[in-house]
Design a protein around this ligand. Structure first.
Ligand SMILES: C[S@@+](CC[C@H](N)C(=O)[O-])C[C@H]1O[C@@H](n2cnc3c(N)ncnc32)[C@H](O)[C@@H]1O
Length: 269
């Protein structure tokens, strides 16, 4: 399947210097932090290279937290419909548009699939889709609820995706835990993995804050940060990754756990 885990290599590269580079001109994994606000050239395509993506410092804490909430989350989706696109017409319409756009293009990867609700929805529509998630417990639930679908455990930051190997990629309410300097690297990976004409869709929380969560989904103790994005910031990041935004949907606060945003983008070509 396309979402196999890449073994991390520890290596040094010599490259362009940024503020984190050492004075000798050799830098460890020389991806610069992304400036806020963005002032640089309108392209981060040079990030599309063979180097591993920076490992988020809190990745283990985030994984353990989602493991702890996984059963409640799956239960919530199944029993209340919250978190299920079928109970939200605009989210469902977005996923339907995505499905129609990628149908003929090849495999689709649902990154941060949780209990696999959207993966299964797309599979029912005939797409060649698989799901991947950081949390082993989420994946256990996904396999239990959707035994006919393919799921695996991996972080978005550890995926080994072949160039132009995918018709579609989703980051559906699943990329907001990535630190601000890591998200552009993951977007660049997705852009590179898409075939020309392939589509990326993401949904995320809107705002300026890095909101620290200490409990979630029924009072379960968690430790993660929700990095909220302003719509224009996120769209800019997606463009810098080399994708062309084709649609944007804004969700008001009362509609879906705070203001939200859906962006769909296409790899040119
Ligand atoms: C709010 S849930 C959304 C799940 C699913 N996409 C849905 O809409 O029901 C967020 C999911 O993102 C996953 N996640 C968080 N960080 C991740 C990472 N670095 N790589 C892969 N999955 C991640 C979590 O484990 C969790 O299952």
């Amino acid at each position: 399947m396309p979402g196999a885990v890449r073994r991390r290599r520890s290596h040094k590269v010599t490259g362009r210097l940024d503020s984190s580079a050492d004075r000798r001109g050799t830098v460890e994994y020389a991806i610069p932090s992304v400036p806020r606000p963005f002032t640089g050239p309108k392209s981060y395509r040079w990030l599309m290279r063979e180097h591993p993506i920076d490992r988020p410092a809190d990745l283990d804490a985030v994984r353990e937290s989602y493991d702890r909430v996984a059963d409640n989350y799956a239960q919530m989706v199944v029993t209340t419909g919250v978190g299920d696109i079928r109970s939200h017409p605009w989210l469902k319409a977005s996923i339907d548009a995505f499905a129609d756009s990628v149908r003929e293009l090849g495999p689709v990867l649902d990154v941060g699939c949780g209990p696999g609700t959207v993966t299964a929805y797309l599979a029912e529509r005939g797409l060649d889709v698989s799901g991947v998630d950081l949390s082993p417990r989420m994946i256990e639930n996904a396999r239990r609820l959707h035994p006919h679908c393919r799921f695996s455990v991996a972080s978005a930051t550890d995926l080994d995706l072949g160039e132009a190997s995918l018709g579609g990629v989703l980051g559906w309410w699943s990329l907001f835990n990535l630190p601000r300097e890591v998200l552009p690297q993951v977007l660049a990976l997705f852009a590179r993995a898409l075939k020309p004409g392939g589509h990326f869709i993401t949904a995320t929380h809107v705002g300026d804050e890095d909101a620290v969560r200490t409990e979630a989904y029924g009072g379960v103790p968690v430790r993660w940060t929700t990095h909220k994005w302003r719509p224009e910031q996120l769209v800019d990041l997606i463009e810098r990754a080399g994708l062309y935004p084709v649609a944007e949907l804004r969700l008001p606060p009362e509609e879906y756990s705070g203001p939200g945003l859906v962006v769909m983008a296409r790899r040119p070509g």
